[in-house]
Design a protein around this ligand. Structure first.
Ligand code: BEZ
Ligand code: FE
Length: 300
């Protein structure tokens, strides 16, 4: 037996978990317990605050549905998702385009489009064109790479917010041509607020944060033998470009409309050109930081 105090209880908990058969689970839980205990000691956590935290996490869980993942949102606003993304990028075999958050609005089974199509059913704003090439890390084109895109409309709403929950709009999948080239039409998305009507939004507001994401278009790019790329392009003229609530913006992902663009595949439309680079896949698999919310809750 030992005298339990706020320090020895940490040793006791670690000792009880020491027989965990899975070494990685043991490593993760060991560190989690050490950091959790140290956190409680550092802030001198009171019973009321402990209960407040339990209540908050309970509300976060209750807010999760097949179309809303409040835990991922919590991870995003705390910067944890961005940290995991950055760690994940460091495991790549080759340096490709930087990754960015998948976010909670990604959906599986988006419609298939032909190159040049518009992903917006009723644009209601001037069309723009996005174009470029998908290559390997050395600039060699990847024919037939697939590109999934999703974005808000010109008013800053995803399809899930602007329409009913079944309608898919402002999103779609493309297949690059024999030279790895892609182009599609869309509207310039508007920056938007993360959902503020749940427990995570309430926390963000209590922290005096604006809750905005700068205007962006998400991309999920894949090709056999290559590491899947989850990223986004951010419009540099957005007022919140330097204060993204979920820490997804990095300099290499900031784009501007071209002043002149001799390669514009649809002359007359304002264009953004961006070339993506994919690293080769690892033999042991690469993983994805994020998921369609529907895949994380049991069917109701
Ligand atoms: C998004 O870009 O779709 C997003 C990412 C994190 C939180 C909210 C939205
Ligand atoms: Fe987004």
């Amino acid at each position: 037996m030992q005298d339990l105090d706020e320090f020895t209880v940490t040793d006791a908990a670690l000792a009880q978990m020491a027989n965990t058969a899975d070494p990685r689970l043991r490593q993760i839980m060991d560190a989690a317990v050490r950091h959790l205990h140290a956190f409680a000691r550092e802030v001198n956590l009171t019973p009321a605050e402990w209960l407040g935290g339990i209540r908050f996490l309970t509300e976060v869980g209750h807010a999760c549905t097949p179309i809303r993942q409040e835990f991922i949102l919590l991870s995003d606003v705390l910067g944890l998702s961005a940290v995991v993304n950055a760690l994940h990028d460091k495991t790549a075999l080759e340096n490709g385009t930087q990754s960015s958050l998948l976010g909670p609005f990604f959906r599986e089974h988006a419609p298939e489009f032909a190159l040049g199509d518009c992903i917006v059913a009723e644009p209601g704003a001037p069309e723009i064109v996005l174009h470029g090439q998908v290559t390997d890390a050395h600039g060699v084109p990847i024919p037939g790479a697939t590109i999934g895109v999703w974005q808000t409309d010109a008013a800053g709403q995803y399809d899930l917010q602007a329409h009913d929950h079944e309608t898919m709009d402002m999103r779609g999948n493309f297949t690059c041509d024999a030279h790895g080239k892609y182009h599609f039409r869309t509207v310039r998305p508007l920056g938007y607020s993360i959902p503020l009507d749940g427990p995570v939004g309430a926390m963000v507001q209590r922290q005096g944060r604006h809750g905005m994401r700068p205007a962006h278009i998400h991309f999920l790019i894949a090709a056999p033998g290559f590491r899947e790329l989850v990223t986004a392009l951010y419009f540099g003229d957005d007022d919140n470009i330097a204060s993204d609530t979920v820490f997804g913006v990095s300099n290499s992902l900031v784009v501007q409309f071209a002043a002149s663009d001799p390669d514009n595949p649809i002359p007359g439309l304002r264009s953004v050109r961006y070339d993506f680079q994919l690293g080769h896949a690892r033999a042991d698999g690469d993983g994805r930081v994020g998921a369609d919310p529907a895949s994380l809750v049991a069917a109701e």
